[in-house]
Design a protein around this ligand. Structure first.
Ligand code: NOJ
Ligand code: CA
Length: 519
C-alpha cells in the first residue's frame, strides 16, 4: 500500500528560518510559508518538506528537539501549522515535516529525567553505559554531566544525546536489544509523535539520520526491521501518509519500508560526481564522469525491486548550493536531468532561481560551512530582498550581499530565466507519463569520462529518449539502441541547439550544452 499522491509529487524543501518573515523578527515563519504557497504551486511543486520546526534551543538549527509536540514559538503556534496544512491541502499540495527520531536536545525533559540516578520512565530512553569511566566504543559521549553514573552516547553534535533503539550486536551488559522495553518505548513514543502531527493534517515526514537508529548494526538489519515495524503501523493506521529517509542507501531504506529515500552528498551514491566535486559531470568543462553514479543507481534500482522511490535532490540545507559549482546553462541542464529522472524530485528553496552559496559568513545555529546554503530567500528588490522588514543585522542569516544576486521577481518577468526552465520541465514531467516518478528507466549511453548521458524513460503508453550533454563540446552516439526511430521521432523539449541524426553513420549528433527529450 502506498499513497497515490506520491506518483506525481514534486517537492520543494523549505528551510523555515530563511524563507519568509512576516513579523519583522528576522526569522521566517509559518505565516510566511502560507503567503508563498502560491509561488511554490505556480513553480509546479505540489508538495513541501519543512525542516524541523519544533521547540528547540537551536544548537543545530532545530535538529535538537526539546519538545516533539509543540512548534518553536518563533515560527508560530501549533494552530498556525495546522492552518498551513489546511491551506496547502486547499491547493492540492502535501506537507512533510522533519522527524528527528535518533536524538534530542540535552534540554529535552526526557533527557533531564534520564540523567537522574533514580530509576524512572526515561532511564532507558537514551543510551547510557553503566559507569562514567566507560565510554561507548566508537562513538562520542557525554560524561560527567549527571549524578547518574554512566556516559551517554551522542548521535551528532555533543548536545544531541542518542535515543535508545537498542543494539543489533551486543557485547556489553548495558547494551539493550531492540526488543527490550527501553528501545520499544522510544519507538512507540515516535509513533505517538507521528500520530499527533498526522491528526493535525501533516502528510508525512522526512526522517533524519534514518539509517543510524539501531547501533552496532553493521548490515543495518536491526534498523531495517525497526522501520518495517513503523511501515506496518502506517499501513494499518495511516495508509496515505509517507516517509522519506535521510539514508542515501535505497537498497536498505526501501526494504525497510520507506516510501522514498534520497541520495546525499555523503555515502555510496556518487551523487557528488554529478554536481559537487572538482570536475562535476554537469560542468561545461566536460571533464566529469557519470559512470560510477549510474552503476550505483542501477544497482540500487534493482536491489530495491522498485519498492519505493529513489529521489535525487537539487540540494539541501547540508550541502553547498548547486550554484556554487554550476552556473548559467549548466544549472538548466542539471535541472533537465533532475526533472526527467525517476523518483520524486526535491528542489531546495532558491535553487530554482540559482541562489548562490554565500561565502565567508559566520556559522549560525550549528550551521558552520552549511550556513552559506541557508541564506534568506531572495524574492524581490525591496528591503532584504523581500524576505523580512527587520533591520539587516537582525536577519537570521545574512543575505547574499552580491549586487547581481538573483531574485524571484526578476526571474518571473524573464521568460528565459532558470525559474521558467524549471517550471517548464515540471509541467512536461506532469504531461508525459513516461517522465513520471514511477515510470521505468533504462540507460542507453553511459561511458566512463565521456559525454553525453542518454536514457530512455517509459510507461505503458509512451517511450521518451533523454539525451543530456552538459559539455561544451558536441558529441555523437549511435542510434542503434536508443529505442526511438530517428527518422520519425521529434524532440518535444530542447535546451540549446537542435539534435540531428546522421543517416550515414547512424548517429545522433548532440550539440555542446544541450538536452533533448525525444519521442
Ligand atoms: C542531518 C540533518 O540534515 C542535519 O542538518 C543535522 O545537523 C543532522 N542530521 C543531525 O540531526
Ligand atoms: Ca518571523
Amino acid at each position: 500500500m502506498a499513497a497515490k499522491w506520491l506518483d506525481s509529487a514534486v517537492f520543494y524543501e523549505i528551510y523555515p528560518q530563511s524563507f519568509q518573515d512576516t513579523n519583522a523578527d528576522g526569522i521566517g515563519d509559518f505565516q510566511g510559508i502560507m503567503k508563498r504557497l502560491d509561488y511554490i504551486k505556480e513553480l509546479g511543486c505540489n508538495a513541501i518538506w519543512i525542516n524541523p520546526c519544533f521547540a528547540s534551543p537551536f544548537g543545530d538549527a532545530g535538529y535538537d528537539v526539546s519538545d516533539y509536540y509543540t512548534v518553536a514559538p518563533r515560527y508560530g503556534t501549533n494552530e498556525d501549522l495546522k492552518e498551513l496544512f489546511a491551506q496547502a491541502h486547499q491547493r492540492e499540495m502535501h506537507v512533510l515535516l522533519d522527524l528527528v527520531p535518533g536524538h534530542t536536545s540535552v534540554e529535552h525533559p526526557w533527557f533531564k529525567e534520564s540523567m537522574k540516578p533514580e530509576k524512572n520512565v526515561y532511564t532507558d530512553r537514551y543510551i547510557w553505559t553503566d559507569s562514567v569511566w566507560e565510554a561507548p566504543e566508537g562513538a562520542q559521549s557525554l560524561r560527567g554531566i549527571s549524578d547518574r553514573d554512566g556516559s551517554c552516547m551522542v548521535n551528532f553534535f555533543s548536545h544531541q544525546p542518542a535515543l535508545n533503539y537498542g543494539f543489533y550486536e551486543r557485547n556489553r551488559p548495558w547494551q539493550q536489544a531492540p526488543e527490550d522495553e527501553g528501545p520499544q518505548a522510544s519507538l512507540e513514543e515516535m509513533k505517538n509523535v507521528m500520530r499527533f502531527w498526522f491528526s493535525m493534517g501533516c502528510d508525512g515526514f522526512r526522517v533524519d539520520m534514518a539509517g543510524a537508529m539501531v547501533k552496532n548494526d553493521p548490515e543495518s538489519k536491526g534498523t531495517i526491521a525497526l522501520w518495517q515495524n513503523v511501515r506496518a503501523f502506517l499501513d494499518r493506521e495511516f495508509p496515505d501518509k509517507v516517509l522519506v529517509s535521510e539514508w542515501g542507501e535505497p537498497d536498505k531504506s526501501l526494504q525497510g519500508g520507506f516510501h522514498m529515500d534520497f541520495l546525499l552528498h555523503f555515502g555510496p551514491s556518487h551523487y557528488n560526481d554529478l554536481f559537487r566535486c572538482e570536475e562535476p559531470f554537469f560542468s561545461s568543462r566536460g571533464k566529469g564522469d557519470v559512470k560510477a553514479f549510474v552503476e550505483k543507481y542501477l544497482d540500487n534500482y534493482r536491489k530495491s525491486e522498485r519498492k519505493g522511490l529513489i529521489c535525487i535532490p537539487s540540494g539541501n540545507h547540508d550541502m553547498d548550493r548547486l550554484a556554487r559549482s554550476l552556473q548559467g546553462d549548466e544549472l538548466k541542464i542539471a535541472f533537465a536531468f533532475l526533472l526527467s529522472m525517476p523518483g520524486a524530485p526535491f528542489i531546495y528553496y532558491g535553487d530554482e532561481i540559482g541562489m548562490r552559496y554565500v561565502e565567508g559568513i559566520h556559522s549560525v545555529e550549528g550551521g558552520y560551512n552549511r550556513t552559506g546554503s541557508r541564506s534568506p530567500m531572495q524574492w524581490d528588490h525591496t528591503a532584504n530582498a523581500g524576505f523580512s522588514s527587520a533591520s539587516p543585522e537582525k536577519l537570521y542569516v545574512k543575505m547574499d550581499p552580491m549586487e547581481d544576486r538573483p531574485c524571484a521577481e526578476d526571474q518571473l518577468a524573464e521568460p528565459a530565466s532558470l525559474y521558467h526552465e524549471v517550471q517548464k520541465l515540471i509541467r512536461l514531467r506532469g504531461a508525459h507519463t513516461a517522465l513520471g516518478n514511477k515510470a521505468d528507466i533504462e540507460f542507453v549511453y553511459v561511458e566512463e569520462n565521456k559525454y553525453p548521458l542518454a536514457y530512455v524513460r517509459s510507461s505503458e503508453d509512451e517511450t521518451v529518449l533523454v539525451i543530456v550533454n552538459p559539455s561544451k563540446e558536441a558529441c555523437r552516439i549511435s542510434t542503434a539502441n536508443t529505442k526511438v526511430d530517428p527518422a520519425k521521432a521529434k524532440a518535444f523539449y530542447q535546451l540549446g541547439d537542435s539534435v540531428s541524426y546522421d543517416e550515414k553513420t547512424g548517429e545522433w549528433v548532440v550539440p555542446g550544452g544541450s538536452v533533448h527529450f525525444i519521442a
